[in-house]
Design a protein around this ligand. Sequence first.
Ligand SMILES: Cc1cc2nc3c(=O)[nH]c(=O)nc-3n(C[C@H](O)[C@H](O)[C@H](O)COP(=O)(O)OP(=O)(O)OC[C@H]3O[C@@H](n4cnc5c(N)ncnc54)[C@H](O)[C@@H]3O)c2cc1C
Length: 339
Amino acid sequence: MLTIEKNKSLAPYTTMKIGAAAEFFALVGSREDLSEAIAWARDHKKPLWVLGGGSNVLIAKKIKGLVIKNEIKGKEIIKQDKDYAFVEAKSGELWSKFVNFTVERGLSGLENLFLIYGTVGAAPIQNIGAYGVELKDSFYHLRAVDLKTGHEKIFARSDCRFGYRDSIFKRRLKNKYFIYSVTMRLKKSPAFNLGYAPLREKLQEKGLTHPEQRDIIDAIQEIRHSKLPNPVVLPNAGSFFKNAFISRAHFRELQKKYPTIPSWPEGRTKMKIPAGWLIEAVGLKGRKFGPVRMYEKQALILVHDGRADVKQVLALVRKVKAAVKRKFAIDLEEEVNII
Ligand SMILES: Cc1cc2nc3c(=O)[nH]c(=O)nc-3n(C[C@H](O)[C@H](O)[C@H](O)COP(=O)(O)OP(=O)(O)OC[C@H]3O[C@@H](n4cnc5c(N)ncnc54)[C@H](O)[C@@H]3O)c2cc1C
């Protein structure tokens, strides 16, 4: 039976380790628990909000209603053909454990997404991505439960409207569904994506001209450990801002003033500018504001020393956005969900 707690602090359930409480809170470990939670919310006329691993949220205000912490686990290969295996994971599985499960079976497609924090269920929400690969590249479908009616629905790849750190679940269907399971379509033979320069360089540095899957996993692990702060030591929620997309005309203007500005073409009309570069260029990389700062090894990540409060974090977020806007006329958008 579902245990519902009142006024539960959510800080320990997030990698930022700070933030407000939930009016009501329950751990959901099965499909039955989920149905019970939906019925409880309906009977008590309360909204429902889903929490996964808490690695992409800042809980700025008390959450009204019932917060359900997803603990529904399980993973298996559900079917195979000559070239592909279809692997399903329940949404409360840790993403990294899921990637391990696929790698141990020699299945290919998720190597570059190794060690991303959080749960399987949250991965499609922002179409997680790293080192030139996104979840959508090997996504097959997901099963989701309507938080009002309790009805299940299958979403194919095109239904999810995946974009850069984006999907329909961050827009029109925000907070409408509980993602229950995710199925990935993975190659049975090696199909590595080595398009990302720092990954290629790391492999070259190790003298690996024909890397095997284990080599890629090890290289990803080394790159991540050298660049990204461990939330247990320095609380953070990964990249706080998304990279920026600007028009080509805007880019040409900026390039005249800042010839070293890094960029990648995005379609025919836009240019992508790394937000980390913009933050460094306005002098905010590594600069301390009391207990908070943009991380010195990766300016996109907002870290604190364990003593910060939400106000101090939000003040730095505003400062970064204002400085980038003033200097480059670019509006940075938060990647972290501020609740
Ligand atoms: C050190 C660090 C490094 C990171 N590196 C990367 C990276 O390389 N690439 C990347 O893309 N991200 C990265 N992230 C961000 C984060 O790991 C991902 O966004 C992850 O998918 C969040 O998972 P979560 O379970 O913690 O989600 P949460 O933070 O718990 O939730 C995020 C959002 O998803 C919703 N949600 C969660 N589960 C469900 C569900 N089952 N059904 C419906 N809605 C749900 C929540 O309501 C919330 O709005 C990093 C984070 C950290 C701390």
